[in-house]
Design a protein around this ligand. Structure first.
Ligand code: PMT
Length: 369
């Protein structure tokens, strides 16, 4: 999806922010940006004029390429379950959904089958006269899912837009958020994608596959050539931050990543300032989850942070928002029973009343696990 073409001129709602300006000037826009922006514009216009609420759901993990002609990249764990499942419930709640997702991650509706433990073909069997049918034990559920999927398609309620890299994601996120700005609070941005925190900036990215015999020179920062003599000496040297000093630098891949700017701030302040913005906070350490989610809400001043822990994310989340009385920040844990293969599962993404009705537990306690 990425290309090296120069970025198109997109007016920034916050043109004086130098970090935003630099990022979107120095890194190339994806080749598909104009096509996807145009699809999103038509979709938003259609649904806004029908008085329908529109939600942008981001989903899945962004990649960080190490080479322009990408052989190797850094990825993360996200399968897109949160985003794809949430998209289904937004559709059920009457929203038109723009689903910005990592290519080949889970999609609304097909998620029930595409990445299931069974191979997709295990759901089928051969019928009479060379036909293909769903196996009887799956038919009821498959029919229900199929009907919902077809209704969403028929009414043009679901627009899917893929991304692969962090750069693809940021360019299209900015474009769509800016398109949603006129919707005001009836435009919801629900940012469930797992967004990379570090990347290789375009000016430091090598064109070709990093060679294993010459790893460090390929990914040295620009200007490193000037220090080639020194570099050659270093190659056989063992610098004092080496963790395995028996291996010379020339044989190692030393990756130098820059922080990805936190564009959530630009999104809230400039791209869609009147929109309803829900971000997610992922942590692995239960001790810091709530404080990090609170910090995020205070820092970015948006509407809701949904905190989750990597290992319990399918069963419990914490909502962190300003209290309705405007007195400080409150947090609320939402839980559903932990899934067992033999029990019917309840998606934690179901609307909260539904979650509780089906056994979801509401409380302010710490995570159970
Ligand atoms: O897909 P699943 O397997 O179902 O997993 C779902 C999930 C755990 C990925 C999801 O529930 C989730 O937590 N998504 C957010 C993950 C994430 O990026 O967390 P973070 O703590 O790194 O970032 C917090 C927020 O800052 C996010 O809203 C992100 O959009 C934003 N961010 C992050 C990095 C960055 N450079 N700029 C940002 O604005």
């Amino acid at each position: 999806m990425s290309s090296t073409q120069p970025p198109p001129e997109i007016p920034s709602a916050n043109p004086i922010d130098p970090v935003e300006h630099d990022y979107f000037t120095l890194n190339p826009a994806p080749a598909s940006l104009q096509k996807h922006t145009s699809l999103a514009r038509d979709f938003i216009t259609t649904h806004a004029s029908a008085g329908r609420r529109v939600v942008l759901v981001t989903s899945g993990g962004t990649t960080v390429p190490l080479e322009r002609q990408t052989v190797r990249f850094i990825d993360n764990f996200s399968a897109g379950t949160r985003g794809a499942t949430s998209a289904e419930y937004f559709l059920e709640a009457g929203y038109a959904v723009i689903f910005l997702y990592r290519e080949f991650s889970l999609l609304p509706y097909s998620r029930h089958y595409s990445h299931a433990t069974n191979c997709f073909l295990d759901f089928l069997h051969e019928g009479p006269n060379g036909s293909v049918l769903a196996r009887e034990e799956y038919t009821e559920k498959m029919l229900a899912v199929l009907r919902k999927y077809q209704a969403a398609k028929r009414d043009n309620l679901l627009l899917t837009i893929p991304f692969v890299t962090i750069n693809d994601y940021l360019f299209i996120l900015r474009s769509i958020a800016q398109l949603m700005r006129p919707l005001g609070p009836s435009g919801l941005l629900y940012l469930a994608a797992a967004v990379s925190d570090f990347f290789v900036p375009n000016e430091r990215m090598v064109e070709h596959k990093i060679q294993s015999t010459d790893a460090s020179p390929n990914i040295r920062p620009q200007g490193a050539e000037d220090r080639q003599d020194q570099g050659q000496q270093d190659d056989e040297a063992f610098d004092n931050f080496d963790s395995s000093p028996l291996i010379p630098r020339s044989k190692r891949l030393v990756i130098d990543l820059d922080p990805v700017p936190k564009f959530l701030k630009n999104l809230v302040d400039g791209w869609a300032p009147e929109g309803m913005i829900v971000s997610f906070k992922l942590e692995t350490d239960p001790e810091i989850l709530v404080s990090k989610a609170r910090y995020s809400l205070e820092r970015y001043q948006h509407h809701l942070v949904i905190g989750n822990l990597l290992v319990t994310r399918k069963w419990e989340v914490v909502f962190v928002a300003r209290s309705e009385e405007g007195e400080g920040i409150r947090e609320e844990w939402i839980r559903v029973p932990r899934r067992r293969k033999t029990l019917s599962k309840i998606d934690i993404e179901v609307d909260r009343e539904g979650g509780r009705e089906d056994g979801g537990e509401k409380g302010k306690e710490r995570p159970l696990d």
